[in-house]
Design a protein around this ligand. Structure first.
Ligand code: SF4
Ligand code: SF4
Length: 513
């Protein structure tokens, strides 16, 4: 019996090694195009992708699919990849290097602006021609690899959490939105409408995550983009002002951060082995609160400033003056401030104060824009430069380089936690006005700490569970992992009436801020 068991173990180990070798060989084959321009790019693309996909799927099947269902996080703190060890650092440096090349040195990957790329970018030419009718760019290469990673690691995630229906459906959802909405539909629409100027065609990527949605050039391109452009403009505005607030009220920010968003999709799937690395320190939580409000103020002021300057430079918008625009914004901010001031007291008073402070700063900035800005300058700064700084600082450096490159060092949701303006807005609404909460059955908690360990947003879930307190936090993305890893069924993600959802008491226990 013992011999049979050891034979089976050796066989499984051999199969794991074999599948790892197959997947790695495919990856190396693809990377070889960085050094040798391929003769037949289609053959190289198909062969390398097939090897990578089949090798990875076989490996995941052996590790997760062939064993009993249930959480398997064995040894995460003793592994050189998942515990900030040598392999973690190596992966972090490689990912960061890849992002630096994509954003600032695409020629290293073979990209050529005249459409005759070589190297790694050239390998993706056949797929790019088939989908959008043009030669591949570094962004097409990135989009394809990004989507492939979400799909592959999504399958792994489903195998790993297959005992949990919430995790299965949520993961299928992010895989679907990434593949169809973020990748295939925009590429195909680009091919079908070659005459229209460029504008983002990812229906789910709304402002402020898509930080250039309200930029002058983007608005102009949508206005000049025929019916398709007008549809994307109208849908984008409806998403911002109607659909998103309603869905966040009903379900919390999880509807977006854990079910739809592409950044969240990568964090949840490829970033899953690193979720325990998010810091749970109170000092980091304090920093997070400041950061998120600063991001909120910055994105609001820059967008208002850019729209303000757009209104004077575009003749089709002559029916709407700058004064009317600023007046409308001021009224809107004052109404929200009044509501916050009168309604949100008691358990929400501290959050309401932070929000009031942020809104007050935005209000002063808006009035200053009207009073002190010239035709090209906004508050004495060139508006074009303002947009470029934001695009560089937040759009590229933070979301890509830090946000993904540092997965193996800082955890999988660094960007979502500290830098994402979308998460900031949805988080404030979740805290102040949403039916979502995680309820805790404190009497059942054995203080094992699994929930806190695997919360990717750095929330000390155990501290709430020990007190039987509901978790109503701005940063919670509703991933449900805390609930999935709890051995006692203490935590439950729920939507219910607003009354009494915050039941905090002043216990001298755990992390309270
Ligand atoms: S508290 Fe739970 S549901 Fe919220 S982000 Fe953390 S692990 Fe996910
Ligand atoms: S995982 Fe469950 S039992 Fe363990 S500390 Fe968290 S709530 Fe308590």
């Amino acid at each position: 019996m013992g011999t049979l068991k050891s034979k089976i173990n050796i066989m499984i180990l051999t199969q794991k090694k074999g599948s790892l070798i197959l997947g790695s060989s495919g990856f190396l084959l693809l990377l070889s195009s960085l050094f040798f321009s391929p003769q037949d790019e289609l053959l190289l693309l198909v062969a390398s992708m097939l090897m990578m996909v089949s090798g990875s799927l076989l490996y995941f099947k052996k590790v997760y699919g062939s064993s009993l269902a249930g959480i398997k996080n064995d040894g995460v703190w003793f592994n050189a990849l998942t515990a900030e060890g040598i392999w973690g650092w190596a992966l972090g440096i490689a990912l960061t290097g890849f992002y630096v090349a994509i954003y600032w040195f695409p020629e290293v990957l073979g990209f050529n602006t005249n459409g005759t790329s070589t190297g790694l970018v050239q390998v993706f030419d056949p797929l790019s021609y088939a989908l959008n009718g043009n030669a591949a760019t570094q962004w097409f290469l990135y989009g394809t690899l990004y989507t492939t990673a979400i799909l592959l690691f999504g399958v792994k995630f489903i195998w790993k959490y297959r005992h949990n229906r919430y995790q299965i459906i949520r993961t299928l959802s992010v895989m679907f939105f990434q593949l169809c909405f973020a990748f295939l539909i925009p590429e195909i629409l680009g091919k079908l409408n070659p005459e229209t100027p460029y504008f983002a065609k990812d229906l789910k990527n709304m402002w402020p995550l898509n930080y250039y949605f309200l930029d002058q050039w983007h608005l102009k391109n949508m206005l000049n983009g025929g019916n398709l452009g007008l549809f994307f403009l109208t849908f984008g505005l409806a998403l911002m002002f109607i659909i998103s607030p309603i869905l966040t009220y009903l379900y919390g920010k999880r509807w977006y951060c854990s079910w739809v968003c592409g950044c969240g999709a990568l964090a949840e799937t490829a970033g899953d082995p690193f979720r325990q690395l998010s810091s749970k320190k109170i000092s980091v939580w304090k920093f997070e609160r400041w950061m998120i409000h600063v991001v909120l103020v910055f994105i609001s002021v820059t967008t208002i400033a850019v729209l303000w300057s757009f209104l004077s430079s575009n003749s089709t918008m002559s029916w709407f003056s700058r004064e009317q625009f600023i007046g409308g914004i001021v009224i809107f901010i004052l109404v929200v401030m009044a509501l916050l001031f009168f309604w949100k007291t008691g358990a929400l008073s501290k959050d309401a104060k932070y929000s009031l402070l942020s809104l007050g700063i935005i209000l002063i900035a808006v009035l200053s824009i009207q009073a002190f800005s010239g035709e090209k300058n906004i508050l004495f700064i060139n508006s074009y430069k303002l947009q470029k700084w934001y695009g560089f600082g937040v759009g590229a450096a933070f979301s890509g380089v830090l946000g993904v490159g540092f997965y193996p060092i800082l955890g999988s949701r660094v960007w979502c936690r500290f830098g994402c303006p979308m998460a900031a807005i949805l988080g404030l609404q979740q805290r102040l006005l949403s039916r979502f909460r995680i309820t805790t059955n404190g009497g059942q908690c054995i203080s094992c700490g699994n929930c806190s360990t695997y919360c990717e947003m750095g929330i000390d879930v155990r501290a709430y569970a020990q007190r039987g307190e509901n978790i109503v936090r701005s940063s919670c993305v509703g991933c449900g992992i805390c609930s999935a890893v709890c051995p006692r069924g203490v935590l439950k993600l729920e939507n219910d009436r607003l009354e009494n959802r915050i039941n905090s008491e002043n216990y001298p226990l755990g992390n309270t801020l």
